[in-house]
Design a protein around this ligand. Structure first.
Ligand code: F3S
Length: 399
């Protein structure tokens, strides 16, 4: 790869072994993908996970003196003080959380602990070259805003944060952003939940490539969050277009860039209903309700508060949000309504963190297939249903 003098200096160790390693990783990725050179990034988001490999790499960079030139926002961890009140956190888990926090803090990350940074604290503009990991964030920034990122790993995004550059390949290039598969959506698409199912079903029909959806009208931001999250749970999709809606299918006018789609598929209501049946646990008695995968917006919290005002949940009820949304819910009275009903808004965390051990072996209800996918390895099972049906079930204790 052709490197600038500054990039070469980083690779040669002028800024210490941490920055050197970060640049070496990016050079290796660039060479693997035949990237001719690096390009600067102006934003980064790292899917910090509190898992051993993530911690090992972050500590290695930090011990090597690395510091982020483009400070990243980061994915959820957990807030021990808040969670200790719900369930005591084990010492080994606490140690990993504290060490991960210390390493990323030392690297200069912005400790947002949120998986929807694209809505609140790290919002790119059209055409901006960025480096984002997090499976629901990458398709949102690429598709909805028209920013440019590859589907980064936490480690490659962190290397870009440290060095300020990324190899020029993949979805950074105009020609790779063209649509491949035309997806005719004939399902009704009347709620945010329908987009969860559409996202999960679509990759099974499209395979690998850039899907172009036809038949989706003015989806909400929550629908788009859901679509991106599930496209990367049922499959592997960093970029999609929606005809007449997303910028590269509206401003440019032709998401296929003058080529014919390689394939056309149709998704019907029966496909969505069939996938819901396949993914959900059987109905009946439930033990808890858990939402916020991805983190709920203030509008989703408001929907719940309006439904449960003056009532009592029959089972433990949790909503995961960013700390900003939780604070907003406090200011707007939603927090008190949920608390009075026996529910809790939990900030900064994810159901894939080891802080939900008291729910292992139990059956919950949620609106998110991604939530059920990640918790299978933690012996949790979920009924999957639209948010309003989930809230009704949590009030009765049965679905
Ligand atoms: Fe967010 Fe964790 Fe779900 S990062 S999208 S809550 S798996």
């Amino acid at each position: 790869m052709k490197l600038t003098a500054e990039e070469q200096a980083m690779a040669d160790g002028k800024y210490g072994p941490g920055t050197q390693l970060a640049m070496q990783v990016l050079i290796a990725i660039g060479e693997a993908y035949d990237a001719p050179y690096m390009v600067p990034v102006t934003r980064t988001h790292v899917a910090l996970s509190n898992q051993e490999a993530d911690l090992w790499f972050a500590e290695k960079l930090a011990k090597g003196g690395a510091h982020c030139r483009v400070r990243p926002t980061v994915n959820p961890s957990f807030n021990p003080e808040q969670l200790n009140a719900i369930c005591p956190v084990e010492a080994a888990d606490m140690e990993i959380v504290q060490r991960t926090h210390a390493a990323y803090n030392q690297l200069g990350a912005i400790m947002t602990y949120d998986c929807t940074p694209y809505l609140e604290r790290n919002v790119p503009r059209y055409g901006e070259v960025i480096s984002f990991s997090e499976s629901s964030a990458t398709p949102f920034v690429n598709s909805v805003y028209g920013a440019r990122t590859n589907r980064e790993a936490a480690q490659s995004a962190l290397c870009s944060a440290v060095t300020g550059v990324t190899p020029y390949y993949g979805y950074l290039l105009d020609e790779n952003r063209a649509g491949d598969i035309l997806v005719h959506v004939e399902a009704e698409m009347k709620s945010d939940f329908d987009y969860q199912m559409l996202g999960y079903v679509a990759p099974s029909k499209t395979g690998f490539g850039v899907p172009v959806f036809d038949g989706l009208e003015n989806p909400t931001k929550e629908s788009l969050m859901n679509l991106g999250a599930q496209l990367n749970t049922g499959g592997n999709v960093a970029l999609y277009h929606i005809i007449g809606f997303t910028p590269e299918a509206k401003v440019w006018g032709d998401p296929f860039q003058g080529k014919k789609p390689k394939k056309e598929v149709t998704i019907t209501q029966a496909d969505l209903d069939g996938m819901q049946k396949e993914l959900t646990a059987p109905g009946g008695k439930i033990d808890f309700a858990l939402f916020g995968c991805p983190h709920f917006t203030i509008d989703q919290v408001a929907t719940i508060a309006q439904m449960v005002k003056g009532q009592q949940f029959a089972v433990p009820f949790f909503v995961m949000t960013s700390s900003l949304t939780r604070r907003l819910a406090q200011k707007m009275g939603y927090f008190d309504i949920l608390r009075a009903a026996g529910g809790e808004i939990v900030e900064d965390t994810c159901m894939d963190q080891p802080c939900w051990k008291f729910l292992y072996g139990k059956k919950g209800i949620t609106d998110s297939p991604k939530c059920t996918y990640y918790t299978k390895r933690r012996q949790m099972e979920f009924v999957i249903a639209p948010l309003e049906e989930c809230v009704e079930a949590a009030l009765k204790g049965v679905y």
